[in-house]
Design a protein around this ligand. Structure first.
Ligand SMILES: [Zn+2]
Length: 422
């Protein structure tokens, strides 16, 4: 039994019944992102941290009572493999930074190797419920791969529009999963707007990030997992509450992931399942920092930038979930941090060599933010800190080689080995 009551506009607060609108508040064009409203009393009647922690479901569907969709079925398929990713204690990284409690949430370990599987799983469940004939999405690559992969698992046709500059591994994933792939001779923002237009024209169900309210509902499950897994890691017996970390570091492009994590924490707090909301630390690439700029100017007006960063997944001119992303830091007492591409490459190396997590540039951006926050004295050494990696490093081998350097080539002789190891 779903606790889905309807939607509330994030800009004007207008409320809508589940069948009344599909994507955004009609009063603000394409930018009036909707929050899903849940019946918290009903959820608390059917579930608790204790019942969830006892679940045998090793995917985000362990949180079904907190989601606005019913059980989509398709057990033992990638639809039921999204989420419940590893949560590591990273003591060597913590020691490097003079900190005591650093944890890594590795969402590169999802079925299509990125965080976006969370959003696609819940959007595909919604598409099955409303019997959508075709799902479409604009993507820098990861969201498209996630939609294509999960759609393939349930036999749902998918159309993906991505910028032609998307890394080759991501395009390969789209093609392998059998989606209709349209590489747009333009940037992500142009692909985004074209997907909205085409979805209206051809009657496709549009998964565009932020625009579709169910993307946020999938992404919020990362916050649930961080609190549940932190409790287990700290030996806290799941009863009526889970433990929340002091801060969560999240890389930010469109702003939908940090907004999703914020929504998940707000859900848990409203349910009484955590007793505090962690400070959310948004991290942006210097060359794609529209949300960080708005936060620094203490405004919710998002001014587009001409995005330029090697972290392709967070390269965005106009963040489509910028307002909620600014609020995620402001309402939790968090902050925004900007990092350079060089700092992102440093973070990729550190994550891999000191914690065995191979992250793509956008994923390691969150850790680059922690490095900077620690250096600037923004965190107390005793705080419990969670860092979210959003994508696997195999998605962008070119950047990985840039971070890792070249391998040594030798003649096939022992003498050559001796010369190199000397
Ligand atoms: Zn509105």
């Amino acid at each position: 039994m779903s606790a889905f009551l309807g939607y509330k506009c994030s800009l004007c607060g207008a409320e809508y019944a589940p069948g009344e609108v599909q994507y955004v508040c009609p009063k603000h064009g394409d930018m009036g992102n909707l929050d899903v409203v849940l019946d918290y009393a009903a959820i608390n009647r059917s579930a608790s941290p204790e019942t969830v922690s006892a679940s045998q479901e090793s995917s985000l569907w362990r949180y079904l009572p907190l989601l606005p969709v019913g059980d989509p079925g398709f057990a033992n398929t990638p639809l039921h493999a999204a989420g419940w990713t590893p949560f590591y204690r990273a003591d060597r990284l913590a020691a490097d930074l003079g900190l005591q409690h650093v944890y890594l949430k590795d969402d590169g370990r999802n079925p299509t190797a990125s965080f976006k599987d969370r959003a696609s799983a819940v959007v595909v469940a919604r598409a099955l419920e409303i019997r959508a004939p075709v799902i479409a999405a604009a993507s820098t690559g990861n969201a498209g791969a996630a939609l294509a992969g999960i759609a393939a698992a349930v036999g749902q046709p998918a159309v993906i529009l991505a910028p032609e500059t998307a890394p080759q591994a991501k395009v390969a994933q789209l093609l392998m999963f059998g989606a209709k792939v349209l590489l747009v001779k333009g940037n992500y923002d142009q692909a985004f707007d074209l997907t909205l237009e085409a979805s209206r024209e051809f009657g496709w169900y549009c998964r565009n990030t932020g625009y579709n309210p169910f993307t946020l509902e999938g992404k919020k499950t990362a916050a649930f997992e961080i609190c549940e897994q932190l409790s287990a890691a700290q030996g806290h017996r799941a009863g009526r509450t889970w433990q929340a970390p002091d801060r969560i570091f999240v890389s930010v492009g469109d702003g939908n992931i940090i907004s999703g994590v914020h929504k998940g924490l707000k859900d848990l707090f409203a349910l009484g399942w955590i007793d505090k909301i962690p400070k959310l630390m948004g991290v942006q690439a210097e060359g794609s920092a529209a949300v960080a700029n708005a936060w620094a100017s203490d405004t919710e007006t998002i001014t587009p930038v001409a995005a330029q960063t090697l972290a392709d997944s967070i390269s965005v001119d106009l963040p489509r979930d910028g307002v909620r992303a600014v609020r995620a830091a402001r309402e939790t007492g968090g902050a925004y941090i900007r990092v350079s591409d060089a700092e992102i490459l440093d973070a990729m190396r550190a994550l891999a060599r000191r914690a065995a997590v191979f992250a793509e540039p956008a994923g390691s951006t969150a850790y680059a933010g922690l490095v900077k926050a620690a250096a600037m004295g923004m965190v107390d050494p005793s705080e419990t800190l969670a860092v979210l990696n959003t994508g696997n490093g195999l998605k962008d081998v070119k950047s990985a080689m840039q971070a890792a350097g070249e391998a040594v080539k030798i003649e096939p002789t022992l003498a050559a080995v001796r010369q190199v190891v000397a």
